[in-house]
Design a protein around this ligand. Structure first.
Ligand SMILES: Cc1cc2nc3c(=O)[nH]c(=O)nc-3n(C[C@H](O)[C@H](O)[C@H](O)COP(=O)(O)OP(=O)(O)OC[C@H]3O[C@@H](n4cnc5c(N)ncnc54)[C@H](O)[C@@H]3O)c2cc1C
Length: 614
């Protein structure tokens, strides 16, 4: 059958190509149609937008809602909150831009049929916390997907995008993307005038706590494979804050959410001996980060820090005190329902481990690190800000356009804007789409050109692992290990081990230093060399190979950024043992990187943090 196995090549032309139909991608697809009535809007998704991305299973709360109609919060308040949580470093222009529009997004969700709980006394949305509202969210994603489906010219499900295409006529301008159908194997070439990347964050770049047959049990969706970062990195887009990985405190083994427990059920934590422990670490933390420990609310990373230290001191495990709250039948119901809407697995884990939270206080744990730009961290692409609000230095064209012409991003993709969550990601998709439509309109007939040679070369590269396997398997004399190819699972485990041991994963209690990071980079480079020898038995494994490519490039970026920032800005997310303190004099700044795919070199620089809001 030859290298391409008789598979079809499908060419698709679009005005706007949205890569990834999760929350941000659905928002981008929906809004593109609003502003670009006659444009061809195409959304391409690795899974099926009906149930894809981090919200696939549903959610129990929308974590970003101002409540401006009731005067509950203003956008400025949210910027202050995110800035405080991120130890001072956020893109205030981008955060403000989302906060001022996010309420209208949530109102649309309700209009489209999402049941939002209401406070029976006030008639307002039921608050779980200052920013969170509670929903019956099992069908959250199908509801949002329906809006995108109706807006799109075409949705292509089951297509993994592997590479962006660049304009053959103009340097630094995007021209589309290529990928393959994970079911049929058909090769897809998307030619587009503007591209919006919204392909979610990254799990499985650090070794997870659950290994072997349990390795799919991570907090962040196991299918989030860093494409949001690798696709822009490959074409030289600048990235920011990639060192700012996230570590979550969650219920042990099931990673069930704790927000509703803390905020709504008013539960609290204790060490293994039933003692309060957070205050014990106050002086230690103050010595590291100064008055950031006195801020309210205490930044997420610093709360992790107290847990990590207490466990390392031999007084674990940390437990959530649920026994008191669960005596109230209403709270008990809320506690269980909290899992039904988004993490049923946690209830199953408790059942299997004989844990009834009414009788036993369940254990908490800190997760392995993940990379994502929409939760309580802000890794991602460096993007141009809103015209009416961003400082001049943060503006080079269209809102949410990266440093590559015509390439936009939203959700986990865009850096510097933490605490967007599901509603903020959808909102950012809308913002990016509006700007992308403007870009397409203003470019008029000035269209990017796709090089046929580039496409053919990429096609060969993409399917090569199938050929490596077909040839290499003949050399196996016993078992499954080939002398000439690596299977994706082997590559993934090697990547996770390197990141865990050298870049501050669970194996080192989140500790790293310059020496470890430098060695980590050497080992990542060796893995990169071996990637030419990946073997794929079938299309499923071919997808895994390309996910690994994306995870590897994102990991390299995380390592470069962690090496560059010579301080410990977020204790509890990771520690630089050689620079244990927060250093506002030298590092109250963003870190930026740019990858050169021709040389494999990374250029690092600092960018100023502008505090626009007092
Ligand atoms: C465990 C967990 C709990 C959360 N809880 C809450 C909560 O309670 N409330 C809240 O508001 N938010 C919550 N969030 C945050 C929210 O889910 C994210 O902020 C939001 O989903 C980010 O949107 P996104 O579009 O960037 O990514 P996603 O929604 O993950 O979408 C990314 C999409 O890209 C697709 N994709 C990936 N790679 C490719 C590729 N190469 N080619 C084509 N398609 C690709 C994926 O399949 C996916 O559909 C939670 C997140 C997690 C992980």
């Amino acid at each position: 059958m030859g290298l391409f196995g008789g598979r079809k090549t499908v060419f698709v032309d679009a005005d706007i190509l949205v890569i990834g139909g999760g929350m941000a991608g659905c928002g981008a697809t929906y809004e593109s149609r609003y502003w670009g009535r006659d444009l061809k809007i195409v959304c391409v998704e690795k899974a099926n937008i009906e149930r894809s991305g981090a919200v696939a299973q549903g959610l129990y709360a929308i974590n970003c809602y101002m409540g401006m109609q009731w005067g509950e919060n203003q956008p400025e308040d949210h910027v202050r909150y995110a800035r405080n949580d991120l130890m001072g470093l956020v893109r205030e222009d981008l955060g403000y831009d989302i906060a001022r529009h996010v309420d209208s997004t949530v109102h649309k969700f309700e209009e489209w049929g999402l049941p939002i709980m209401r406070d029976p006394k006030t008639g307002r949305y039921q608050r779980e916390g200052k920013w969170q509202i509670m929903i019956h969210g099992e069908s959250y994603k199908p509801i949002v997907a329906e809006a995108a489906r109706k807006a799109a010219t075409e949705i292509y499900n089951r297509i993994m995008v592997t590479h962006l295409l660049m304009d053959a006529g103009k340097a630094n301008r995007v021209a589309g993307a290529v990928g393959f159908n994970v079911r049929t194997g058909d090769f897809h070439v998307f030619r587009a005038k503007a591209v919006i990347v919204s392909a979610g964050g990254a799990s499985h770049i650090f070794k997870p706590r659950a290994v072997g047959e349990g390795m799919g049990r991570t907090w962040y969706a196991p299918w989030s494979s860093a494409s949001a970062y690798a696709l822009p990195i490959q074409v030289g887009a600048k990235m920011t804050q990639m060192e700012n990985r996230i570590v979550l405190t969650r219920f042990k083994d099931g990673y069930g959410p704790v927000g509703a427990y803390f905020l709504h059920l008013k539960t609290y934590t204790q060490n293994g001996y039933g003692e309060e422990y957070e205050s014990k670490w106050y002086d230690d933390t103050k010595a590291l980060v100064g008055d950031y420990i006195d801020r309210h609310p205490v930044p997420t990373c610093l709360r992790n820090h107290a847990i990590i230290k207490e466990v390392a001191a031999g007084r674990g495990p940390i437990r959530m005190v649920t026994k008191e709250a669960f005596q109230d039948p209403h709270k008990e119901t809320v506690g269980w329902e909290n899992f039904l809407g988004m993490t049923i697995g946690q209830a199953v884990v408790w059942a299997s481990q004989n844990i009834d939270p009414k009788q036993i206080n369940p254990e908490l744990t800190t997760s392995e690190p993940y990379v994502m730009g929409s939760h309580a961290t802000c890794s991602g692409a460096w993007a141009s800000g809103p015209e009416d609000y961003a400082p001049a230095e943060y503006q080079w064209g269209y809102n949410r356009m990266m440093t590559v012409d015509g390439l936009f991003g939203a959700g986990d993709t865009i850096g510097g804007t933490a605490h967007k969550f599901s509603s903020g990601s959808f909102t950012e998709g809308r913002i990016a789409a509006k700007a992308a439509v403007k870009y397409v309109m203003e470019k008029g007939r000035d269209q990017p050109q796709v090089s046929e040679k580039e496409v053919r070369d990429l096609q060969k590269t993409i399917y090569q692992p199938l050929e490596n396997y077909r040839v290499g398997r003949n050399e196996i004399t016993a078992g499954t290990v080939s002398p000439t190819y690596l299977l994706p699972i082997h590559g993934l485990q090697r990547l996770e081990k390197i990141m865990d041991e050298y870049v501050g994963g669970i194996g080192t209690n989140y500790m790293t230093n310059g020496v470890l990071l430098t060695r980590g980079l050497e080992l990542l480079t060796m893995l990169k060399e071996d990637m030419a020898h990946m073997g794929a038995e079938d299309l499923h494994q071919l997808q895994r190979v390309w996910e690994l490519h994306h995870r590897l490039l994102a990991s390299e970026s995380v390592t470069q950024h962690t090496l560059f920032r010579e301080e410990t800005r977020w204790p509890g997310y990771y520690y630089r043992g050689d620079h244990m303190k927060l250093d506002d004099t030298n590092w109250h700044c963003f870190t930026l990187s740019r990858y050169d795919r021709n040389t494999g070199e990374w250029a690092m620089e600092k960018a100023p943090v502008y505090h626009i809001i007092d």
